[in-house]
Design a protein. Structure first.
Length: 249
């Protein structure tokens, strides 16, 4: 089967399943998340947010796998390409587990998918068991986008809680620098979509006037690469470990 991946999460799942050889194309963000793809000479296309019908159809894939975020126009372009589409839209960890199982079934790697999910569930349960005994849990602001400020997704909230933190406000909702400052969180995590580890933390603190906040004074405003938190894939366990380290700093 020839698969076209329109999101890094899809490529990461295929890597964990040992199915990168099935790819005929991917996005530039996939190349960043899965560097070994650079050596394969794959076609590079736009992602689920900005897909174009012509470039998808030109590759003649057997299946397009896309995932959030979408625009109405991009989703229409994917559907108009005339090839089967698997469109994923996870919100919580349970959805991510289901998507890994689904992709595993599609690429004839169901048993491997079950092992991956079991490993993720075990790591998260172990972290939650340890954090349950903490006497004080830090208040944590997680940001997935900076213009406007957007709180991270529900699965990040679950990871924060498993790691021993209290997630500030409502997952996935827009907020303001003033609202965050009023809450004065103990830890701030900046994981901007598409930015990798390149979020300019010090400049963000300065521009938003956050210098006097607890997290800034104690050096607990951190960048975690977005593929470790925003990307619904097995790499979330690395994000969980990064959160645990930040909370215990």
């Amino acid at each position: 089967m020839k698969i076209l991946s329109l999101q890094p999460s899809v490529s990461l799942v295929l890597r964990s399943l040992g199915r990168l050889d099935w790819l005929v194309g991917c996005t530039r963000y996939c190349l960043e998340a899965v560097p070994e793809l650079r050596q394969r000479g794959l076609a590079v296309v736009r992602d689920s947010w900005s897909s174009e019908t012509a470039e998808i159809a030109a590759l003649r894939p057997d299946l397009v796998i896309a995932s959030v975020p979408y625009r109405r126009e991009s989703l229409a372009a994917i559907l108009q390409a005339g090839v089967p589409v698997l469109a994923l839209a996870p919100h919580r960890l349970a959805d991510i587990y289901a998507d890994i199982r689904l992709i595993g079934a599609v690429v004839d790697a169901a048993a491997c998918a079950e092992r991956i999910v079991a490993g993720m569930e075990s790591a998260i349960a172990e972290a939650a068991a340890v954090s349950a005994s903490l006497l004080r849990k830090p208040l944590v602001y997680c940001e997935e986008w900076g213009k406007p400020l957007i709180h991270s997704q529900p699965w990040v909230k679950e990871l924060v809680e498993a790691a021993g933190g209290v997630f500030l406000s409502e997952a996935g909702k827009v907020t303001t620098a003033e609202a965050v400052a009023e809450a004065d969180p103990d830890v701030m995590v900046l994981a901007w979509c598409g930015a990798g580890d390149r979020v300019p933390v010090e400049r963000v603190i300065r521009m938003r006037g956050w210098q006097a906040l607890k997290a800034a004074r104690t050096g607990r405003v951190i960048c975690i690469p977005d593929e470790l938190l925003n990307t619904p894939a097995p790499t979330l366990i690395e994000g969980l470990n990064a959160l645990k380290a930040a909370f215990r700093k």
